[in-house]
Design a protein around this ligand. Structure first.
Ligand code: 5GP
Ligand code: SF4
Ligand code: MG
Length: 453
């Protein structure tokens, strides 16, 4: 998912629309914006679909006020119901606020059960709604309630919260999901999952949130609270590999640069000969450029992407995904015909993309297709909000390397090593749990703790 917020701008809702538009790659199933003025009522509008399908100028005009938050949704698990579309609104006698969230709280079922026993009534299953209820049952100032609620959460989260006095941004104690702050030219602020959203609203990047930090932005400026000092940085490796936009910078590392360096690192160990290097647009373009640079072969546009198909992985069912890949990519025969091709992709999850592309390239006349993946094999599910789902769906967890190479029909196949990913990006502070099974939080299955570290 993508989260965005604006504090103190006369066009808060429409700036949120533009900001969210730059985050659309993070979620395409639903979108919403909540806005208000200082001391005023919060209005919220949300719906299913792309941002441009949900909003138009007339709807934006129904969201007046100088402060706003917004969300683009990518539903993990099974819950693409309207009740889960965010922001979640809370109107009560104690506080009115709106919440939007990215990530996944692994002990959500336990906490939900506890709250239901105490009388809370849930509409949907989103973690934003859980935070909203947790805030409500805690005692103290609004900040204290957020602090107490966050201390109970295990897992990955970045929240934005809108009240009629301030906006808040929160980042979990492992720093698993990105969220940062920027300054607007007229003096307000914005917060965003990714820095790519700042360009479009002329925001000037200030800093990333710290792990375990709660930032409050109000008329006095930025206030910082730590909800815990028991922190570490475990930024999701998948953000760099696939999820984030290449022009975003996360915790000081530009995503395009990280991908390019990973392509270079992969090429350093190459011993196969080929004629050209091609990437699978768009997510592996940066890595393919790096690979070509290092190996000294031409980087070619061997695959063309139809711009009007969304992210195939992000489609919830396998059938939709397969159709998506077919609609999305075509091989360029004049480029690949008679050539031995290095085909660079960012990752193999279910194998749908690689298998189809190898087939396309061969049909277009490529004599050999050597698949090179700029990440390690995915062998473990993500419990932190990226839908690489279950062991069964992860093809690298089921097949041996040779079986996988045969399944996708490649002449050869090579991945990166787990350690090589962080080394090439220039950071040691990565979550790589889906590649090595080393989860940085306790894992829960309703009622019991499965694993802990
Ligand atoms: P596959 O087709 O093997 O199931 O998925 C691999 C393709 O989906 C890659 O081309 C990659 O760009 C994209 N993808 C890989 N990993 C992820 C992920 O964790 N989340 C999402 N949303 N997409 C991914
Ligand atoms: Fe990211 Fe994988 Fe960690 Fe999930 S398990 S947060 S996808 S690195
Ligand atoms: Mg891809």
């Amino acid at each position: 998912c993508g989260i965005f917020g604006i504090y103190n701008n006369s066009d808060a809702a429409s700036l949120s629309y533009y900001g969210l538009h730059a985050l659309q790659h993070r979620g395409q199933e639903a979108a919403g914006i909540a806005a208000c003025d200082t001391g005023g009522e919060i209005n919220c509008y949300k719906g299913k679909g792309l941002l441009a399908e949900v909003f138009n100028n007339e709807i934006i005009a129904t969201l007046p006020g100088r402060h706003a938050i917004g969300h683009v949704r990518y539903s993990t698990a099974d819950a693409n119901q309207i009740e889960n579309v965010q922001p979640i609104m809370v109107r009560s006698h104690t506080a009115s606020f709106a919440v939007a969230h990215n990530g996944q709280i692994v002990n959500a079922p336990e906490l939900r059960h506890e709250l239901e026993k105490r009388g809370s009534i849930f509409q949907g299953v989103s973690d934003s709604e859980l935070l909203a209820h947790m805030i409500q049952v805690e005692e103290g100032s609004f900040e204290e309630c957020i602090v107490k609620a966050c201390r109970r959460f295990e897992g990955a989260f970045a929240f934005v919260i809108l009240t009629n006095k301030a906006i808040y941004a929160v980042r979990d104690k492992n720093g698993l999901r990105p969220v940062s702050i920027a300054k607007l030219p007229e003096g307000g602020y914005c917060v965003s999952s990714e820095t790519c959203a700042y360009d479009i609203v002329a925001g000037e990047y200030v800093r990333d949130l710290k792990a375990g930090e709660i930032v409050k932005i109000d008329d006095e400026g930025i206030h910082s609270y730590q909800y815990t000092d028991d922190t570490q940085y475990k930024m999701c490796a998948m953000e760099y590999i696939y999820f984030a936009r290449p022009d975003s910078t996360i915790d000081g590392i530009n995503v395009h640069t990280a991908r390019r360096l990973s392509g270079r690192a992969l090429a350093k160990r190459e011993d196969t000969e080929a004629d050209i290097v091609i990437g699978v647009p768009d997510s592996s373009t940066s890595a393919a450029i790096g690979f070509a640079e290092e190996i000294g072969l031409p980087y070619e546009i061997g695959l063309i992407k139809n711009r009007y198909v969304g992210r195939t992985f992000i489609q919830p069912t396998q059938k939709q995904r397969e159709r998506g890949v077919r609609m999305k990519l075509s091989a360029v025969s004049s480029i690949v015909k008679g050539k031995r091709v290095f085909m660079i992709d960012d990752s193999i999850v279910r194998g749908t993309t690689s298998k189809r592309i190898v087939q396309l390239l061969k049909e277009a006349g490529a004599t050999e297709v050597h698949v090179r993946i700029c990440s390690a094999p995915l062998i473990s599910p993500c419990f932190y909000g990226v839908d690489t789902s279950t062991y069964d769906e992860l093809i690298s967890a089921r097949l041996t390397h040779d079986e996988l190479c045969e399944f996708i029909g490649a002449d050869s196949l090579r991945f990166m090593e787990v350690d090589e990913m962080g080394e090439s990006f220039g950071t040691k502070n990565l979550c790589t749990a889906c590649f090595d099974g080393q989860y940085c939080t306790k894992l829960f299955s309703y009622g019991e703790i499965l694993e802990s570290e």
